[in-house]
Design a binder for this molecule. Sequence first.
Ligand code: HEC
Length: 462
Amino acid sequence: MRLFAGFLMASAILVAADISPEPVTFTKQVLPILQRNCQSCHRPGNIAPMSFLSYESTRPWAKAMKAAVISRKMPPWFADPNYSHFSNDRSLKQSEIDTIAKWADTGSAQGDPKDVPPPVAWPENGWTTKPDVILKGIPWTVPATTPKNVIEWATVVTPGNFTHDTWVTSIEIKPSELGVTHHICTGFIPHQPDVVYNTPEWVDKERDDAGVEVPPSQRTLRLPTANGTGKIVEGSDPRAARIDIGHVCFVPGRALQDFRIHNAAVLVPKGYDVLWNIHYTPNGKEVTDRPEIGLTVSDKAPERLMIASAAGSANPATFAIPPNDPNYSPDPIAIIFHEDAELVWMAPHMHLRGKDMTYRLEYPDGRSEIVLSVPHYDFNWQLPYELAKPIRIPKGSKLVITAHYDNSANNKFNPDPNRTVYIGNMTWEEMLGPFIGVTVDKTVDPSKVYTAPFSNASRGGA
Ligand code: HEC
């Protein structure tokens, strides 16, 4: 009997070996997938906590990799594939998922070193694209905790040192401490003779016990906030209202805005300064963030002008998510185009109750199409969706954005399902912020291309 079973097992192994004679190895089958789909984040200095450059650093993660790719948690990607094609879509094919799973299940062998593909020449220090110019922000020490866990948004101006008009062809923002960085937005502003460099300014907002901004009609007292050393501004922050150009943001999952792939650039005039809008959230451990901006620049004019921007907000006067509402939908936002343009990327922004967002383009002739649908939004992954082919937006079109929010206890990120949630800066308040990138002809005034509602929205003003 035992002999018989042994014989059966032996032949089963033979049969399996016949079907798949070649074992899956790191060097031959796995590393090429990691180079294409994982290393952009999984390497020293970039956002993922472990490196997948070498066998030694990857091997301990084999089982976790299998689980992460089968569940499609990795690589992170949230766009519904039925709408538009995106050039930065790193989703794996089923055959690639099977390869990683099989490698994890069959001993995770290294394989023949001769099979190793040439390494990808990733830029140093974790940059996604190698910068020509690096602009440094101010170091910011984020305490372990603050009252109500609040650090108000702050703005800082640093020198730009542009000695001549400069075409900026990509902008990458790199915080050093991702765990505390809610966002860093930057842009370029005209130099003002009385500018005070390297000094944060913020508005000291009155907040209730849960850190929620108190609407102006109910304000009674001013509460101190803990932003470190800097200047508290009364009323609204004058810098926040300044019009900047080349406005881009770092949010989790979105660091680089590369205009080169669209043959476009932003023109920064000589002498302009750099405006930083910064939002940190304490994370239980004191850390010092040292943010940097990496630019690629060109002396040659591009084919098109790039306009990258947050495009409007839901109406802060009417936006209110009722307690325990699992599917709140505010009025849609309509971005109206006054010039012919090309849509090149989109990036939904909401906070912890954000559930889904859809961008629909309505043409002047009545046709309409969905250009992006993110059915399961995740605050931890605010990816940009780069269109593989720009979508032409004829003048007179509308880009209509709808979103839903889940304020029920089923939303595992929900800090408190029993509150009404309003528009506000903190993650426990909400936003409806559809970012878009469009390019236009060089003769067009970029400030006249589209209008978006409530572009400087805050629930109670300052
Ligand atoms: C856009 C950046 C990015 C890409 C691309 C990416 N990862 Fe990740 N990965 C991260 C970050 C950040 C984390 C840590 C935070 C987290 O777990 O969400 C992570 C975590 C992981 C983990 C740990 C998961 C866990 O449950 O603890 C595994 C395993 C992993 N990634 C595998 C992969 C594989 C395999 C690929 C490619 C097929 C890949 N990742 C592509 C950014 C990325």
